[in-house]
Design a protein around this ligand. Structure first.
Ligand code: ATP
Length: 641
């Protein structure tokens, strides 16, 4: 679908080559994309946009990519694009001359600030004709808004937003308002962007040679682009390399690969429901079991200048949260005179040094996120290293786990109470795994991680959830295999002891295909009274008059009040069932029916996950199906675990 060049006619370029790309070109394309449902059509539309920008004004390619993915910089820089509704409404009132109350009314009615912005005609007179917006100045303004700091920050943001909205023509205001809210609502998943960009480059290279691209070339280019963006998650570096190379080939991997200081999205595991299932999945393969520690994931980077950086599961910079980890890692890497560069994958757990015991996850969670000083620490932490991705200038992700593990053990040394290697055992029979699981639980772990050890499937796959890392959690062997990460989107008033508070919450999973939060269950257990009171006051600021437009819920389970989808709650459940009332994963298993969760119970709040990291509709459907897979010896294998 992307090889023939007919898609290049979908949007006609409206500027001279070399000139800045007008923002209207992108806004018009967004408008069409917002009304497109098919993934192939969306990809063709985006490929067309990217091709024309690349072909005519390549310097605008990077800001175009950022505006399309609605981000401003690589994740670890922590630049958030979103501004609050109140500020946006105020800026809109200033830009249009409309009253705040009228704007609020429209917003409540339509549920979309983008639509409100576009229908609020500018009445403000400007002394001079305002120049048309271009892609690069919209991007630069958004960047300045995100970076604004200091006492006058709110005022500066408001002024800049107002300026953008005054200059916006036609539908431009819609996508500026939506970008500022942090949601474009055009369903452009990362994989679509990668495929479209690959197609644009292949097309451009073919055009300059006077040839036609073929589908296999586009696929190959997309694969290379995906690999390098997983290993080097910086569109700045990738775009710079692509523009220099003018094509996508193996040279891209040489230019954009794993780099200390640039966090990669970690490899993730699939849930597993029984030891028998593990044995089936790894049949004919060498695999290994490791303790599954219950703490916080930490990707620890050692830079060539000797400095250390610590990144969370979401590539957030946690270096200042863990000054103690920094000290311990320096001891563990030894006192060699040179400064080896490295990237470690590890779990940081709270640790009682007197009792030599791992403490529950909550101890870690209590720690402040930033500016933690060594003198204020209340809990000791232990780094448990389980993988190494980079050592002394060499990326290791494509080496088998057995080899990476040998390098890890050679390069680092254990520090009592500070740094250790994940406890592992290369067992391969049911009894052996079961015994190891019992030991893991006794040693305060959540269960086991089972990983392919040798062969092409034992490489480290950044950002991927694969079958070659399985998690086997002690409590879920006989149920759905895992807990769920769900987002509160509404609440019901309480009765009895909970009168005056919320009694239960409506939770949703996330569907990245539609960019919607889909109602999945109602949870009222697992909360202490104290926690209920705390949630009640904390959530007061997130109460909405109407649901966000990206929330899906049927009338029959409508909550008493709607909440802004902000947090992720880890929920345990008995099983999954088909439900006519809940819309989660609707159509995945049964037409017109969703999936719901039975007997949900709140386990904890996952502050290390964003709402978009919640369990997806596709994962829910997969777990639903797995419930019915035959697991011959599952009950036998789990009974004593
Ligand atoms: P997911 O990462 O699958 O979205 P999650 O963050 O909720 O889910 P779990 O499902 O509990 O985490 O399991 C995966 C996590 O287990 C890893 O992200 C890592 O933080 C942790 N972990 C603990 N021990 C290990 C280990 N030995 N190997 C890999 N990961 C481990």
């Amino acid at each position: 679908a992307l090889a023939a060049d007919d898609y290049l006619k979908l949007f006609e370029p409206c500027w001279e080559p070399g000139q800045p790309v007008p923002y209207s070109f992108l806004a018009n394309a967004f408008e069409t994309m917002a009304g497109t449902s098919g993934r192939i059509d969306l990809t063709r539309q985006l490929a067309c946009v990217l091709f024309h920008v690349l072909n005519r004004t390549p310097v605008d390619l990077l800001p175009t990519i950022y505006l399309v993915i609605n981000r401003l910089a690589p994740a670890h820089e922590g630049l958030e694009i979103g501004v609050g509704d109140a500020l946006l409404l105020q800026a809109l009132a200033d830009a249009t001359g409309r009253s705040l109350s009228k704007l609020r009314e429209d917003y409540h009615r339509t549920g979309d600030l983008g639509d409100v912005a576009v229908h609020s005609r500018t009445t403000q007179r400007t002394m001079f004709a305002v120049p048309r917006l271009t892609i690069r100045n919209v991007y630069n303004e958004l960047l300045a808004i995100a970076r604004a700091s200091g006492k006058a920050m709110q005022e500066e943001k408001r002024r800049r937003i107002q300026k953008l909205l005054v200059a916006a023509k036609n539908n431009e205001a819609k996508f500026i308002a939506r970008a500022l809210q942090g949601r474009l609502r055009i369903r452009l998943a990362e994989k679509t962007v990668i495929l479209a960009l690959a197609a644009a480059f292949v097309q451009n290279a073919a055009a300059s040679r006077g040839t036609h691209p073929d589908a296999a070339r586009v696929e190959r280019a997309a694969h290379l682009l995906r690999t390098s963006s997983n290993e080097c998650p910086s569109w700045n570096m990738i775009t710079e390399a692509l523009l220099e190379l003018q094509d996508i080939d193996e040279r891209l991997l040489e230019r954009c690969h794993l780099t200390p200081g640039l966090p990669v999205m970690p490899m993730l595991a699939k849930p597993s429901r029984s030891i028998a299932e593990v044995l089936t999945r790894f049949e004919g393969m060498r695999f290994t079991c490791e303790y599954k520690y219950d703490g916080e994931r930490a990707q620890i980077h050692g830079l060539a200048d000797g400095s250390i950086r610590i990144y969370s599961r979401n590539a957030e910079d946690h270096t200042r949260k863990y000054p103690d980890v920094m000290e311990q890692i320096l001891q563990a890497v030894g006192s060699s005179s040179d400064q080896p560069s490295f990237i470690l994958d590890s779990e940081v757990v709270a640790f009682d040094r007197d009792a030599q015991r791992i403490l529950p996850f909550q101890y870690i969670q209590q720690r402040a996120r930033k500016h933690v000083s060594l003198d204020d620490l209340k809990t000791n932490v232990l780094i448990v290293a389980f993988d190494i991705l980079y050592w002394r200038g060499e990326p290791l992700t494509r080496k088998p786990l057995a080899e990476r593990r040998a390098i890890l053990r050679d390069a680092f040394q254990e520090v009592p109470g500070g740094f250790r290697f994940a406890t592992r055992r290369d067992v391969s029979d049911l009894d052996g795994i079961q015994k190891f699981m019992e030991e893991a639980v006794r040693d305060s772990c959540e269960g086991l991680m089972v990983k392919a050890l040798e062969g092409p499937l034992s490489t480290y796959e950044p950002a991927n959830r694969t079958q070659h890392w399985l998690k086997l959690k002690k409590d879920y062997l006989r149920t759905i295999g895992d807990t769920l990460d769900l987002v509160p989107i509404g609440a019901y008033y309480g009765r009895g002891k909970r009168t005056g508070w919320f009694g239960s919450f409506l939770l949703a999973c996330y569907n990245p295909e539609t960019e919607q939060f889909e109602a999945v269950t109602r949870v009222g257990t697992g909360f202490s009274e104290e926690q209920m009171a705390q949630l009640h006051s904390e959530y007061a600021q997130y109460v909405l008059d109407s649901p966000r437009p990206y929330v899906a819920c049927s009338e029959s389970v409508k909550p008493d009040i709607w909440l802004d989808p902000r947090q992720v709650w880890e929920v345990q459940c008995a099983d999954l069932s088909i439900s006519p009332a809940y819309v989660a994963a609707c159509g995945y298993i049964a037409p017109d029916k969703g999936i719901s969760v039975r007997f949900p119970r709140l386990l904890r709040i996952r502050s290390d996950k964003r709402p978009e990291d919640a369990t997806t509709s596709a994962q829910l459907a997969e777990m639903y199906r797995n419930q019915f897979r035959s697991t011959e010896s599952s009950s036998e294998s789990s009974s004593s675990a």
